[in-house]
Design a protein around this ligand. Structure first.
Ligand SMILES: *[C@@H]1O[C@H](CO)[C@@H](O)[C@H](O)[C@H]1NC(C)=O
Ligand SMILES: *[C@@H]1O[C@H](CO)[C@@H](O)[C@H](O)[C@H]1NC(C)=O
Ligand SMILES: *[C@@H]1O[C@H](CO)[C@@H](O)[C@H](O)[C@H]1NC(C)=O
Ligand SMILES: *[C@@H]1O[C@H](CO)[C@@H](O)[C@H](O)[C@H]1NC(C)=O
Ligand SMILES: *[C@@H]1O[C@H](CO)[C@@H](O)[C@H](O)[C@H]1NC(C)=O
Length: 398
């Protein structure tokens, strides 16, 4: 009958068709329970994980920060090389100011009175000799201390080595003093000043909190229990919290990490946005292999001696470098992420239907009783019929 009508009539008819979905209700304890269970899991996930735990209703921003440090303390040493000597902050913090880190000298090997002159190279491969023929004038090797002069001279009573042009006397090889020279460094304190900003929310704060006054700041020391807001840290406490013994670490030096975490929920009161401090050792210690462990630097102090010759004091300094890392995330309610997360959650709810449909289909394949579900869910129509209809559908689309 339809074929008798002109085809534009069918198109118009098709255009004004309203199609609606036919719902098949399956009364099955198993599938019904599973359906509700999966829905419950998805809803718990959306409310519990996405909204409450992950705060999916908030827009987030990461921290921008500035750190400056100020170390305080004095140490007294009495050695044969230097005599009685006071060490203050200008002596042991090298360089005076760095970005997000500071280095505190804890131990040193001193080679005084070095001048540009000739002396015997330290014994080793390429420097031990028995006669001048073994030494080559002008030879320089990156592992040696100077340029060979071509002479073979006595290094000690029994050993002969090639003579070099270098800063003489050469630095003595050997382990650093133990206990460390500046063992008093454990009682030094450092004031860490940290300002942060969350640019997206125009939020600024510093780790010297509003209730901290100058009289408190002049005498407090950070303590996790009694003074958690004090930004002044004793170096020994930093090492102890990282599970290290300061005096042991001070002998060969090392690197410590100070982490400041600013996680803020800006929907709550601003006073709850406070820094959390944690401490770790960054230089990994390997008890199996202690080769080249620790941290050291070399520097020299230059002066002119009585006869006007340039002279220097070479210092191999061992110390602890503190690296300060600031990180954090702030969140504040925003409608856009809220809608996005709700949309994603509703999408997951749709997945529950797909899973249940698949289960029904699988069940009806193996179970005779359930085959009727399959028959009712999928109605098969003849090819020709669908063909004409899809044809019309395509027409109406254009
Ligand atoms: C420094 O050491 C020397 C010996 O090494 C000693 O005679 C002197 O009393 C010491 N000075 C102080 C203040 O300890
Ligand atoms: C360094 O040189 C000065 C003078 O040149 C001398 O008095 C002093 O003893 C020397 N020190 C050492 C450790 O050799
Ligand atoms: C550090 O200070 C404590 C107490 O103030 C003191 O007992 C300790 O001896 C000091 N450490 C050093 C190495 O002087
Ligand atoms: C500083 O703060 C402390 C405690 O935080 C308080 O006891 C003291 O009275 C305050 N001093 C001044 C001058 O406000
Ligand atoms: C390294 O370990 C050896 C023994 O395993 C020890 O004799 C030596 O003193 C250690 N060196 C350092 C720098 O700890």
């Amino acid at each position: 009958m339809t074929s008798k009508k002109p085809y534009y009539v069918s198109i118009i008819q098709c255009f004004f068709d309203y199609s609606t979905v036919k719902v098949l209700v399956i009364r099955s304890m198993l599938v019904g329970t599973l359906y509700r269970l999966l829905q419950a899991v998805v809803i718990v996930y959306i409310i519990g994980y996405v909204c409450v735990w992950n705060k999916g209703y908030q827009d987030t921003d990461t921290v921008i920060s500035l750190v400056t440090t100020k170390v305080k303390g004095i140490a007294l040493t009495n050695t044969s090389d230097l005599g009685l000597r006071i060490w203050d902050v200008a002596d042991y913090v090298i360089p005076p100011q760095e970005e997000n880190s500071f280095f505190v000298l804890t131990n040193l090997n001193i080679t005084p009175n070095q001048t540009q002159s000739r002396c015997a190279e330290n014994p080793g491969p390429g420097s031990t000799c028995s006669s001048d023929q073994d030494c080559k004038r002008g030879l320089h090797d990156s592992r040696q201390n100077g340029v060979q002069t071509g002479r073979c001279v006595h290094f000690s009573e029994s050993e002969k080595t090639c003579e070099v042009l270098a800063w003489c006397p050469l630095e003595k090889k050997g382990d650093p003093p133990d206990p460390p020279l500046l063992s008093e460094a454990e009682n030094f304190t450092v004031l860490i000043k940290n300002s942060i900003c969350y640019p997206k929310f125009s939020f600024n704060k510093r780790n010297i909190l509003p209730h901290v006054n100058s009289s408190y700041l002049s005498q407090c020391v950070f303590d996790r229990v009694t003074d958690p807001d004090c930004p002044i840290f004793r170096l020994r406490d930093i090492a102890a919290e990282a599970g290290e013994d300061f005096q042991t670490m001070a002998v060969h030096g090392g690197v410590m990490g100070v982490q400041i975490r600013w996680d803020c929920n800006l929907d709550l009161d601003e006073s709850r946005c406070v820094p959390a401090y944690t401490f770790h050792r960054l230089s990994i210690k390997d008890p199996e292999n202690n080769v080249t462990q620790g941290f050291n630097i070399r520097f020299a102090k230059y002066y002119k001696n009585e006869v006007g010759k340039e002279t220097r004091t070479l210092i191999k300094g061992y110390g602890i470098r503190f690296e300060i890392t600031v990180f954090g995330k702030a969140g504040k309610f925003n409608i856009v992420p809220t809608l996005l997360n709700i949309g994603a959650g509703l999408g997951l709810l749709g997945l529950v239907n797909v899973v249940c449909d698949w289960i029904v289909l699988t069940m009806s394949k193996c179970n005779k009783k359930c085959q009727k579900y399959n028959a009712m869910k999928y109605e098969y129509v003849s090819f020709l019929f669908t063909y004409t209809y899809s044809y019309l559908y395509i027409f109406t689309f254009f």
